[in-house]
Structures are given as structure tokens and as C-alpha cells.
Design a binder for this molecule. Sequence first.
Ligand code: UTP
Length: 305
Amino acid sequence: MSSHPPRPVRKAVFPAAGLGTRFLPATKAQPKEMLPLVDKPIIQYGVEEALDSGIDNIIIVTGRGKNSIEDHFDVSFELERMLDEKGKSDLLAVVREVSDMIHVAYVRQKEALGLGHAVLTAEHLVGEEAFAVLLADDVIDASVPVMRQMLDVYEATGASVVAVEQIPGEAISSYGVVALAESGGKTPEFAEHRFVGRACRITDVVEKPRRENAPSDLAVVGRYILSPGIFKHLKKIGRGAGGEIQLTDAMRALAKEEPFYAYQFQGRRHDTGDKLGFLKATVELALKREDLGAAFRQYLNALQL
Ligand code: UTP
């Protein structure tokens, strides 16, 4: 445990330059981050999570065909004037909330060379400080925002933190999987913290292992707090699996030279980059909505599946 509180995390990077092939043809001319979950684009859930966690410097890594993300977080004068003139003050408030939300900077990843490369593209905007990374397609419904939960671990340890989820069976081989330090998940030094038993130092991260070789059943999901030390590894590692610069490869190098924690978050994660995951998220989030939930539940019940 560090004796001084670490420098606060002020910046969150949203890599959004992937090609979204799992969601074709919807993603041919439209970024998957802009697909609506109920009535908000996917990326807005992640941005709200960062803001609710106390991070309001947002850096979005975009690529070709991603202009609608910039338009979404920008002011829309014509729309606002029209809503104002028609006296639609409730809708005006909804639209303004989005553009008032954030200080946002955009950086373009010229070629989709992988998640690690996308993070490296943001280096000049991040600088020499620890920063958050949120993959917007992992939408996590939680009473305490997951990034806030992770910041608690960072503030106590001063170390990098990755969110993990227990994945049973064969499915583990579709993820990056962490190897825990020998203490086996126990964190007695943090007995006074609410994350006790959920955070553990890691020694390694293995990308997509076969089930029998997986070092644990804890899979990496799309939330990270990374020390700026990650950048030198991202520059060194070169292309890995699939010809891409893999964030996992840089994380495993970092875990060998600095303390690095895995944190089992509290919340329900939806993989909205996958068609079935997207449908499940839509249904669950709609059912929780005050304005839609009751009518939607009635409709689903009437289907008598
Ligand atoms: P995914 O593995 O989900 O890839 O990327 P993808 O291209 O977005 O989608 P599929 O698998 O082809 O359907 C994980 C995250 O990393 C970003 C994506 O935008 C997503 O948030 N990413 C990936 C980049 O920003 N650049 C890349 O070169 C690759």
C-alpha cells in the first residue's frame, strides 16, 4: 500500500475506432458505439459512468466513419432552436445535457491496428499520469459505477487496476485471463476497504487461453486504470495475435514490473458489441426504465414465450 495518496485519475480514454464486424451490416456506415440501447447511444452509457465516477476529461479515439460520435457530444444549434421555438423544454433539456456533459477531445486512429494501438494513439493527450480506459461496448449496470469502484482500489494502492469477471467453463477461452499473485485473492492489507476480497494483485494476463491452460477463471472486461508506464510497453511489443497491437501484451509486461490489481466488480455486464448481448441489454435496461418498464413487461408477458 502506498503511503501518499496517488495523483487523481482525471482522464478517461474511450477507444472507439474498431470496425465492429460482429455487428455488420449495421456497422457498415455507422459506428457500433452509436447504436441505441433503448434511447441512448451505447457510448453515452460509458461516458456517464466516467462522469459519475468523477472523471470529466474524456478522450475518444475515433476512426473513419465515426463523425456521428463527435456530432452527438457537440451542440446542435438547429435542433435546439427548433425545440425551443416549439416549447419542447423537456426534450431541449435532454439534448443539452449531452452537449453540456463533458470536456471532450478526439484523436484519430488512422488504421485499426488493435486496442493497444488505439490506447497508444491517445498518449499525447494523456501525458505522464494514470488514466482510465473504458470500452463502451461493455455496458455495466451497477449501483456504484464500476469505474468509481475501481478508483477506490487505485486510490488505496496507487497501482494499475483491471476489472475482471468470473467466467465459468469453456467461455473463458474467449477472454484475456489474469493470473493471481500467490496470496490467492486475499487482500488483508485492505481489510478496512469495501473492496476487500474483490481486489488481488496479478502476475500475468494470458490472451484467450485454452480452458485447461487458463491461469484462473477471472476474465478481463472493458474497464482499466493504467499507469503511464503502459505506453513504453505499447511501443515495444509490436504486433501480436491477429496482427494487432494488443493491450493485453503490454499489460502483462507492466504487471511484471509494477504492482497491478484485478478487481471483481459489482454489477451486471452486457457485451453490446455482440448481437445477442445487445438484445439482452436492450430488454433488461428497458424493463428497468420508469417510463417504459411496466408497458414493456406487459408486452413481453403477452408474448407467452
Ligand atoms: P473489439 O475487439 O470489440 O473489436 O474492440 P471491434 O473492431 O470494435 O469489433 P468486432 O470484434 O470487429 O465486432 C474492443 C474495443 O477496442 C476498440 C473498439 O472500438 C472497441 O471499443 N478498438 C479496437 C479500437 O479503437 N481500435 C482498434 O484498432 C481495435
